[in-house]
Design a protein around this ligand. Sequence first.
Ligand code: DAH
Length: 359
Amino acid sequence: MDIGSFQGRLEALRVGAISDIGAAADLDALADVETRILGRKGELKSVMGGIGALPAEDRPKVGALANPVREAIESAIETRREVLGTAALEMRLLAEREDVTLPGRSLWRGGLHPIRETEREIARIFGQFGFVVVESPEVETDALNFEALNIPADHPARDLWDTIYVQPPTGTPEAPPDEEPRWLLRTHTSPGQIRAMRATEPPIRILTPGRCYRYEAVDASHGFEFFQVEGLMVDEDTSMGTLRGLLDAFAHAMFGAGRPTRFRPGYYPFTEPSVAFDIQCVVCDGSGCPACGRSGWMTILGAGMVHPVVLRNGGIDPERYQGFAFGMGTDRITMLRYAIRDIRAFLANDLRFLEGFPA
Ligand code: DAH
């Protein structure tokens, strides 16, 4: 054998080895390739065994030919080993992965207060009949809260024990001495009627929702702070029939289409005639239960034709216009809608209660 063919065998070994190393699919396969080529009885050894067949003068050249081949093979094995090792480690990490995290707790983003939601529903229903919402202040004068509404000076509602009187709000202009206003927290939303009549011309169709205050002993159905929605319609041919039809539509939209309703005679100083508007009890459907005092009916609002004196106090000619008004307790309506038993829940600020309502 001459040195040329010895070199050819080395080169063939190198090419084959590099390709086998590249094809090794895992570390074990690579170790097999390594042993087969570089091992004690390996292919390189056997090629080197051919030295004996070379002419003596060529033998010193063998080292210079064989060493680069061995180094190339060793370095290819090393590189391949690193690649396969990293991949194996990654596979292992994936396989043994343990998710120690818990899913995040989503935060409650807040929602409408049930009273507010009911106010909006009331406004939506009456809005279909052309009623618009106007605001009226919570700090009110005795004159608008009582006098203008035809509530006489000796009416028990004016008693200090029912009404919360307050100092004039700061920034209130001085009143002339002869008509020094007495300030109070409105006991109902009805003064909104006078403000609306004085501010606009008929036809009038307004709702004034909001907070009212009375000096009350607080229990499951009474708060000293509560909510009402007032309604007022003034026009040329407004009648009890219009009122009845409107309230029926309201009751059916709010409590279900089949819900029976009724008018009962009532008394309010600011309406004549006055009525109480009842719906059939939503708890027992009329058979009589503790919730309706065994009567089968529940009163949801007071109403009536606006008293001519009140129209006049609002600057409206009662000979030309008639009107009706109604006032309902928003707390009570909300309690009926959601079967809430205690009015105090509304203002207790307990998130466990508040979170129970649609956002
Ligand atoms: N203001 C009355 C109250 O607080 C409710 C009411 C009754 C309002 C009859 C009205 C009405 O407008 O016509 O008890």
